[in-house]
Ligand binder design. Structure first.
Ligand SMILES: [Zn+2]
Length: 325
């Protein structure tokens, strides 16, 4: 499972920060965030809302472009070790320079430097999706979209929205999504994780993304499942994340198999792997155990994921060869 070449489309850069890396940085900067770790040094939280707080505390030690350069390398080393040959990561100008365009450009440069270095040394290709944070509100999302539009190109290829799905309505973020779309960015939105099918319908209607982060609660409305299949909307499914946060009680209860069976384009990712005590290898192993998914199935999923990737055709051609290995 570890060796199989993989494509990962749903990965929050800060959420992938290895706990040891964050602890090291907190010592260097004399920031006390010891409360977010358990006795074994892993991240500790009670529920999704507590997780968001712990996430922001962990992120608080990432204070400079250099910190993000080191973070990107640490994350890609871990991701590549699990056979991922291509990944897309969510980046938030909120955390990278407080949505100031000049500062954002400096953070982005440092992240891209690390991405280039990882590609040379570890053979993993990374692209970025700028992501606004829903619970920070639509005003901040506008500023984030402007940062995204100004840096859209070969490396920043997409725009999205993450955060607390219960805060505000998708239509509040229409301006941000339109701005990103006009800049040529491809679109994805977190929906259907905490909110049910209505949240997915509202998101599709207001923001018209081609991919959904999670989207798994579509299963509660089979007409919606058919619609997703017909329209070819791609789901960035993160089963381990959903189980860790209690959306489903275990892998067996997770709808990913049924969504796939009903013709929805599903892909597999880790979301915030150390927070959910997971890796791409573990996701594959659990899916194999729960649904008997085999190598053929995983190779098919990797192809669907690459087709749904936001990178250019040359990059896709290069990655397609790696997937055949
Ligand atoms: Zn996510």
């Amino acid at each position: 499972m570890r060796e199989l070449p993989k494509v990962e489309l749903h990965l929050h850069l800060e959420g992938a920060a290895p706990p040891a890396f964050v602890r090291g940085l907190s010592k260097e900067k004399h920031v006390d965030i010891s409360g977010i770790f358990d006795a074994r040094g892993n991240y500790r939280y009670k529920d999704f809302w507590d997780f968001l707080k712990v996430y922001e505390a962990a992120t608080s030690v990432l204070q400079s472009p250099e910190d993000y350069r080191r973070l990107t390398l640490a994350v890609l080393e871990e991701t590549a070790a699990h056979g991922v040959v291509y990944a897309e990561t969510f980046l938030s100008p909120d955390f990278c320079g407080g949505r100031d365009l000049g500062a954002w450009r400096e953070y982005l440069l440092a992240i891209q430097e690390a991405s280039d270095e990882a590609e040379r040394k570890m053979g993993i290709t990374l692209r970025g999706i700028v992501t606004c944070i829903r619970h920070f509100g639509p005003e901040k999302a506008r500023e984030t979209a402007i940062c995204a539009a100004e840096t859209a190109g070969d490396w920043i290829t997409g725009f999205g929205i993450a955060g607390d799905e219960k805060a505000g309505a998708p239509k509040d973020f229409r301006w941000a999504f339109d701005c990103a779309r006009e800049a040529g960015l491809r679109l994805t939105a977190h929906a259907g994780e905490w909110a049910g099918p209505e949240g997915i319908r509202d998101t599709l209607a207001a923001l018209a993304p081609e991919r959904l982060g999670h989207g798994v609660r579509a299963i509660e409305d089979l007409a919606l499942v058919d619609e997703l299949a017909e329209r070819g909307i791609v789901l960035e499914v993160c089963p381990g994340s959903n189980v860790a946060l209690g959306v489903y009680k275990d892998f067996r209860a997770h709808p990913v198999h049924e969504l796939d069976r009903r013709g929805v384009k599903v892909t597999i990712s880790t979301d915030d792997p150390p927070f959910f005590h997971t890796t791409m290898t573990r996701e594959y192993e659990e899916l194999h155990r729960a649904f008997d998914w085999d190598e053929g199935q995983f190779r098919r999923i990797a192809k669907v994921s690459l087709e749904a990737a936001f990178c250019d055709t040359d990059t896709k051609t290069k990655i397609a060869k790696l997937l055949e290995a």
